[in-house]
Design a protein around this ligand. Structure first.
Ligand code: PXP
Length: 255
């Protein structure tokens, strides 16, 4: 089955809205991670941003202690955060671009334009036993660069697919880009994850993309949990993802 990594950043966003600068507060992302795992998710994702707008260092350190599935640390390729990750030893890091003004991670990483720096960080991580994923747009040059850099995974940015979901021609165009990028990555020996903007409505359509290993989903699950609770919100998404077992039926279908 396609795996689900739950991004719990927005639990910390909510806490920081009231308790910024304090050493504790609610809701607690650690408790959220425990609930997500109990509901059956396959991994926990958290982004330690340079501006610490949601997750704090103490959150990530504690997550490393409690997460029993896989901890995926999203991070910028900056000296401070790389040093933090090497000490923390998450199971995997996903390197993302970071701009302070953005609401969330908006574009893909320019792997092709930052080969030297990304190759250096990838080597450091791999030497420390940490897997590396690069968050990139479904673009041929970026896929090729990711393979050359030595990453084991790419995470395909599904933001544009999500944004154009309600327009069938644009949706098909975005799906075709994701399919081509995933096939190329697979040929180059990369494992393929995907994420950004996925929700209870658009995720199933993504099963048309071959070779996907894991989806990283945050905002829609945390939003739904406000109404139905985190346990049910995660189980409902897993219920949708179980249908990916039949995804061979989707391949070649005309979406
Ligand atoms: N994957 C990556 C690399 C991200 O940066 C994000 C957003 O933090 C996500 C997945 C999750 O996106 P969303 O919150 O829209 O589900």
């Amino acid at each position: 089955m396609l795996k689900l990594g739950v991004n719990i950043d927005h639990v910390a966003t909510l806490r920081e809205a009231r308790y910024r600068g304090l050493a504790k507060g609610e809701p607690d992302p650690i408790g959220a991670a425990i609930l997500c795992e109990a509901a059956g998710c396959h991994g926990i994702t958290a982004h330690l941003r340079e501006d610490r707008r949601h997750m704090q260092d103490r959150d990530i350190t504690k997550l490393r202690e409690v997460v029993k599935t896989r901890l995926n640390l999203e991070m910028a390729n900056s000296t401070e955060i790389v040093a933090f990750a090497l000490k923390l030893k998450p199971d995997i890091v996903c390197i993302v671009p970071e701009r302070r003004q953005e609401v969330t991670t908006e574009g893909g990483l320019d792997a092709a334009g930052n080969r030297a720096a990304l190759t250096e960080t990838t080597k450091k991580m791999k030497d420390a036993g940490i897997e590396v994923s690069l968050f990139i747009a479904p673009d041929s040059a970026q896929v090729e660069a990711s393979a050359q850099i030595g990453a084991q995974f790419i995470e395909l940015h599904t933001g544009s697919f999500a944004e154009h979901f309600d327009d069938s021609a644009a949706r098909k165009h975005e799906l075709d880009r994701l399919i081509a990028a995933s096939n190329q990555a697979h040929r180059l020996g990369l494992k393929v994850n995907a994420g950004h903007g996925l929700n209870y409505k658009n995720t199933e359509t993504l099963f048309a993309v071959p070779h996907l290993v894991e989806l990283n989903i945050g905002h829609s699950i945390i939003s739904r949990s406000v109404y139905v609770g985190l346990d049910r919100a995660v189980r409902e998404m897993l219920g949708i993802m179980e249908r990916s077992d039949y995804r061979d039926l989707f391949h070649g279908a005309n979406f």
